[in-house]
Design a protein around this ligand. Structure first.
Ligand code: CA
Length: 237
């Protein structure tokens, strides 16, 4: 399930958006100003932020700029919501680091379509689409991980945390992820969980992948973190 942070000071609009999002299966948190939004993000990184431009105090525009300047929030998917519809405002919003821009009033259908497009681009692990890497297939909808071995389709047994970890790695292959980044994106907590926890679950994940000969997919990058590599033959098991 995807976590969406709605930053909007007009409670009627915030409520309407969150009812629609919850109905569509999203988990929603509402913040009514920039400080509150920052507190939410400091605790757990959302999968996507709907950010109103006009907020009391610090504006949505300033908040987007602040997030883009911080390594931890640089990649955070942000859709800016605004009552303005001047071309110059749109350009300012995108320059500040918003990934997309919606002018109020907008239809729920359009909002959902933009959100899905942005998630596909920046956080595919937040979507329910099945993903396949090197013959290994993970389906979030059925929570199954399978691999064809000869004529046989084999399913592996995997714990919930290992499933999320594998899902994240499979949707971001070939990139090195530090332990802190994995805690943020997979556990949703980079503050209270020790980085050693990541190592424990990577070990379990490799063990789960052993019966389908895929444990070598998960590569340790010394001093940097972990990566899922599709060049399965090139890595020692
Ligand atoms: Ca507003």
């Amino acid at each position: 399930m995807s976590n969406v942070l709605v930053v909007e000071d007009e409670s009627a609009i915030a409520e309407l958006i969150s009812i629609n999002l919850r109905h569509a299966g999203y988990d929603v948190t509402i913040a009514t100003n920039a400080d509150q939004a920052q507190l939410v993000v400091d605790r757990v990184l959302p999968d996507l932020v709907l950010l109103d431009w006009m907020l009391p105090g610090q504006s949505g525009l300033q908040l987007a700029k602040r997030w883009r300047a911080d390594a931890r929030t640089r990649e955070l998917p942000v859709i800016m919501l605004t009552a303005r519809n001047e071309e110059g405002d749109k350009i300012n919003g995108l320059d500040a680091g918003a990934d997309d821009y919606l002018t109020k009033p907008f239809s729920t259908k359009e909002l959902m379509a933009r959100m899905r497009a942005l998630l596909r681009r920046k956080a595919p692990e937040a979507l329910d689409s099945a993903v396949e890497v090197a013959g290994l297939r993970l389906d979030p909808a059925t929570r199954r991980v399978t691999r064809r071995l000869g004529e046989e389709m084999r399913e592996i047994k995997i714990g919930p945390t290992e499933f999320r970890l594998l899902h994240f790695l499979m949707t971001h292959p070939e990139r090195v992820h530090s332990r802190a980044q994995l805690l943020d994106r997979v556990w949703g907590d980079h503050v209270f969980i020790e980085e050693r926890t990541v190592d424990v679950h990577v070990k379990r994940l490799r063990e789960s992948l052993l019966p389908v000969q895929c444990s070598a997919l998960i590569e340790t990058v010394r001093g940097a973190g972990y990566r899922l590599t599709q060049q399965i033959g090139s890595v020692a098991a």
